[in-house]
Design a protein around this ligand. Structure first.
Ligand code: PXL
Length: 432
């Protein structure tokens, strides 16, 4: 796969072209670049900007488009009207996905676009976007409207969509409980994707986010999947940010976490199953995936806030975090000790209809009775550990499903196991 990043050069390699090359490389993708402007900046201050001459901008575009099959384009810093118009004329007929990341100001205060170019940005850049990813501040500038309520947030997204962007993602909306949310407006759909807020002023997260989105889009992921993937990727890059210079930290792209991306993709598919809310228990759902040979639940990736019901929909609350699940992760940990191939699981609401589908399917199922747990065991370990152990103790079979019918004050529960999240999901689809 080849992805093209069009934007400014940042010598600190925290943002811009240099950052995008790092991101694309972490996905094993070949990154092509077209430089619109050269900036002089570091982690403490922003210096000068030199936009490139028209003829060299055109020549770079010509060079990459005439040779490579390009699967997706990301456009970041564009600086002035001349550059904007050249890009528009070159790309207006393009059929490949384009992510427009409006970058108006750098973390250290530099202005990345001429004031007089905003109008042409609205007119020529916005309509190129398969997805446009302004933060709150950039969205307010584009729509010339302040965002201070849910209503104004939706209004601003609609204004930008009317300018011609197919899908609008406004990032960095602060919502309740220390969460940070992105608001997504698709053609016929609008929703929030939330994650835990990480309070760290950094250089690079915006670029990481839009570069990850174009990668997911180019891989034919849906808008929702792409945004969720990018949010998770960016959250990790901020968590790993490093003090490389003397100023703000620079985000760090670690090795692409396969455990994370597989679980993330399966969760996205799970939450999009029609009427899936009917399968979410009162204590909510977790979906987990373990590293090979887990030693504790800290080696098992889960959702910090679970998959929760909101009316007839389900949403992810919190982030994917190692140690993010106790209950379902303990179930996997226990199974994995005897059957090391079992690394993933999900818990579902106990329903007679599900139990009867399980029994009709070819899945291997067993159950335990919580009320039979000896008192001395209860004090030492968790009930789920005891339950699973008692089911698998004398079995050579690997169970696909283990359930219990509850106890006084305890909700009955079904747990589906598998080797990986996709495998679990396939079983889930057979029984709900
Ligand atoms: O993060 C936005 C950004 C994009 N491109 C360049 C930048 C910056 C922020 O500093 O310098 C070249």
């Amino acid at each position: 796969m080849n992805l093209l990043s069009i934007g400014g050069s940042d010598p600190s390699s925290g943002a811009g072209i240099q950052s995008d090359i790092k991101t694309f490389s972490s996905f094993n993708v070949h990154g092509l670049t077209v430089i619109t402007a050269i900036t002089g900046q570091n982690t403490s201050s922003f210096g000068m900007i030199e936009p490139v001459l028209q003829k060299i901008l055109k020549n770079q575009l010509e060079a990459v488009t005439s040779d490579f099959k390009i699967d997706g384009i990301k456009i970041g810093m564009v600086y002035n009207s001349q550059i904007i118009k050249i890009l528009y004329h070159q790309l207006k007929k393009s059929k490949i996905p384009i992510v427009i990341d409006p970058v108006f100001k750098s973390t250290t205060g530099g202005s990345l676009i001429e004031r007089s170019a905003i109008k042409d940005f609205q007119k020529f850049m916005v309509p190129l976007a398969t997805i446009i990813t302004p933060n709150k501040f950039e969205a307010e500038i584009l729509a010339k409207t302040k965002i201070n309520t849910k209503k104004t947030l939706e209004k601003v997204a609609k204004i930008i969509q009317k300018m011609g962007a197919k899908n609008v993602v406004i990032t960095g909306i602060e919502t309740k409980n220390n969460q940070i949310s992105d608001f997504i407006l698709e053609k016929n759909n609008r929703y929030l994707i939330s994650g835990d807020k990480i309070s760290k002023i950094n250089h690079g997260s915006g670029c990481n986010y839009s570069a990850a989105i174009i990668f997911a889009l180019a891989k034919n992921k849906s808008i929702r999947e792409s945004v969720r993937f990018a949010k998770q990727f960016t959250s990790n890059s901020i968590k790993n940010a490093k003090n490389v210079g003397n100023g703000v930290v620079i985000t760090d792209i670690r090795e692409y976490d396969k455990i994370n991306s597989e679980l993330s993709a399966a969760i996205t598919k799970f939450v999009e199953i029609k009427n899936v809310y009917k399968n979410i228990p009162e204590c909510q759902t977790n979906f987990v995936y373990s590293k090979p040979k887990p030693k504790s639940t800290e080696d098992i990736l889960g959702i910090s806030g679970r998959i929760v019901k909101t009316g007839k929909y389900v949403e992810l609350a919190g982030n994917l975090t190692y140690g993010g699940s106790k209950h379902v992760a303990t179930a996997v940990l226990t199974m994995n000790k005897k059957f090391p191939q079992i690394c993933s699981a999900i818990n579902l609401k106990y329903q007679n209809s599900t139990i009867s589908k399980i029994k009709k399917s070819k899945l291997i199922v067993s159950s335990y009775n919580r009320s039979q747990e000896p008192k001395n065991v209860k004090l030492k370990s968790s009930t789920i550990e005891w339950g699973i152990k008692s089911v698998i103790k004398n079995s050579k079979k690997v169970f696909d499903v283990i359930y219990h019918e509850g106890d006084f004050g305890k909700e009955p529960m079904i747990i589906v196991f598998g080797e990986n999240p996709n495998n679990v999901l396939k079983k889930v689809l057979k029984i709900i």
